[in-house]
Structures are given as C-alpha cells and as structure tokens.
Design a protein around this ligand. Structure first.
Ligand SMILES: Cc1cc2nc3c(=O)[nH]c(=O)nc-3n(C[C@H](O)[C@H](O)[C@H](O)COP(=O)(O)OP(=O)(O)OC[C@H]3O[C@@H](n4cnc5c(N)ncnc54)[C@H](O)[C@@H]3O)c2cc1C
Length: 287
C-alpha cells in the first residue's frame, strides 16, 4: 500500500509539462486528480519515477462555450462539472453521469481529463464522449492535434496519446435543443464502478426517434458506440420490438471481462437492460 519512490514536479505551463514528460520519457506520468493513478501506485501496478502534476498550469480548468461547442479544460473536476450552469444547460447528461462517479471526495479531485485519458474501461466519461461525438485536444512535442474520442481508445489502458503528450481539453458539440438523454449505470454498491452502463442521447420528432446515439461503459476493453442498436430504434416510437432489437444489437458487440462484477453472460444481459432503460428515460425526457 506504499508507492515506490518518485520525484514530484509542478510545472506552470503546458510547454514545461511537455518538456518534463519528454526529458523523463517512460519514467514520467502526468498527475491530475490522482484518484486512478495513486491507487495504482500504491498497488505497485504503476511505478513512475517522476510525477508531473498538472495543477500548477493556469488555463487547464473551466467550462466555456465556443460557438456550438462546449470546451472543458482537462483539469476541470467532476465536482466542477456538477456545479456548471453551462453544463446543466447544454450537456445535462454529463452531470447525470458525474453524480454517479464514486463519492464526493473522489469527485472533488478527479478530473475530466484524467477520467478520459486513463483508458480504464470502467471509467464513465469515455462512453459519454463517444455518444456526444467529443474530440480531445492533445498537446505534445510535435504541437497540438485534435483526436475524435471515437478514435482515441485502442485497448484497456491504451490510447492515442503519444509519448510526451498531454490532453489539455475536451470539445463537445452541443446536442439539439430539447434532446433526450440518460445515463443508466448498474453497480454493486454506491461508489462502485459500473457492472454495465449505457448512455443515450436522442431527438424525437412526431413521436418517433429522429436521431440517436448509444454508448456503453465497462462492457468491452474500450468504451463502445452501439451504432446498430441506435439504428434499430431510429424512426420508431420505441415499441417493445424495437427496444428488444436494440438490446440484442448492443449485446452482440459487448465482450466484458468475467470478474468480481459477474460472469460475461450476466454482464451482457444487464448491459442490454441498461440500454433499454436509458432509451426509455431519454425518450421520455425529449421535447
Ligand atoms: C474509490 C474510487 C471509486 C471510483 N469510481 C469511479 C467510477 O465509478 N467511475 C469513474 O469513471 N471513475 C471512478 N473512479 C476514478 C476517478 O473518477 C478518477 O478520478 C479518474 O478516473 C481519473 O481522474 P484523475 O483526475 O484522478 O486522474 P489521475 O488519477 O491523476 O490520472 C489517471 C491517468 O491519466 C493520466 N492523465 C491524467 N490527466 C491527464 C492529462 N490531462 N493528459 C494526459 N494524461 C493524463 C495519468 O498519467 C494517469 O495515467 C473512482 C476512484 C476511486 C478512488
């Protein structure tokens, strides 16, 4: 339970942070809220020799509207997302999901950047980012680039981040006014990671689903976009047969781990149920 020894660095600019990451190479890791990294260090599953704390860098925090996008600084905490008027107005699904992450103590420190950059299939924000067509700003020794969330996740703990790169912000297109949304998360107890979770954002026109996106958490080694499940309900009024088709289409792409949260078949089954519940709740909320 005691981490290995490490040197602590607190740069005050993105450029300085990148330089430290480049200079120390594989030995260095960015530190954000520390609520995923530090537990891994305590278990000696991560043994970085250098921690590059991002808290001293001005400008990595905050939520702002930029045209039709909401831009969220990487160091914005889950607690700050919950208190943001812009998020409440434009992206309420983020608040619904943030409130289901761990407990207030974790949410005070845990950041959106750390949550999406971590690459842990159990993190809740990545599937939301896929559902919302978000993109990530990555800055590194080669300059800045934007990567779609759908292209970012390559495997458990493997992402598109290149050596020396930092995720500095997340940009999310604002969904249509009156959209319906829901994040359904099954967990063993309060504060736990998802056994299975589904995010839905949809629009309704004339009593039928006009557009729909569905994301899945902890049902594969990466977050998933359930495209065929979304197609199964588009153009329908969410009748029982369409909901069943959507659940089946989502289950087909799931390949969760068999672990303390349950065997594969159970997790796929409850994953389908999360999809159905999220669709129904989102449909009921759409205006
Ligand atoms: C008891 C407990 C329960 C939890 N339950 C949940 C849960 O239900 N759902 C959930 O989603 N999360 C959960 N978490 C994790 C929590 O949300 C973390 O805060 C989050 O996963 C990581 O954010 P962080 O800011 O703490 O990042 P850190 O732990 O500091 O970093 C995580 C990883 O991302 C890297 N990193 C961090 N920021 C950046 C950046 N800007 N650019 C590049 N790399 C970066 C770090 O190097 C590290 O590898 C839980 C944590 C605890 C302790």
């Amino acid at each position: 339970m005691i981490p290995g020894s490490f040197s602590y660095h607190r740069p005050t600019s993105v450029a300085d942070a990148i330089k430290l990451l480049v200079d120390f190479g594989d030995e260095a890791r960015p530190l954000a809220g520390g609520h995923s990294l530090v537990p891994m260090m305590k278990l000696r599953l991560a043994t970085p020799g250098h921690l590059v704390d991002l808290h001293g860098i001005a400008g990595l925090k905050g939520v702002r509207r930029d045209g039709n996008q909401v831009v969220i600084g990487a160091m914005t905490t889950q607690h700050e997302l919950l208190g943001s008027e812009e998020i409440a107005k434009s992206l309420p699904i983020l608040q619904e999901a943030a409130a289901l992450i761990a407990d207030p103590q974790v949410r005070y420190r845990g950041t959106i950047g750390g949550n999406v950059a971590n690459g842990d299939p159990g993190n809740d924000m990545p599937a939301l980012m896929l559902t919302l067509s978000a993109s990530y700003r990555l800055e590194g020794p080669g300059g800045a680039r934007d990567v779609a969330a759908s292209e970012f996740y390559q495997g458990a703990y493997f992402t598109a981040l290149e050596p020396g790169e930092i995720l500095t912000s997340v940009s999310i297109p604002v969904p249509a006014a009156g959209h319906g949304y829901a994040y359904e998360k099954l967990k063993r107890k309060v504060g736990d990671y998802a056994t299975a979770a589904a995010a839905v954002v949809l629009t309704v026109s004339g009593g039928k689903v006009a557009s729909c996106a569905i994301g899945l958490t902890n049902l594969h080694e990466t977050p998933l976009l359930a495209t065929d499940a979304a197609k199964a309900v588009t153009g329908t009024s969410l009748d029982a047969a369409s909901l069943k088709k959507a659940a089946t289409a989502a289950e087909v792409i799931m390949s969760p781990a068999s672990d303390a949260r349950g065997p594969v078949e159970y997790r796929k089954h409850v994953g389908g149920i999360m999809v159905v519940r999220a669709l129904q709740r989102a449909f009921g909320r759409a205006k």
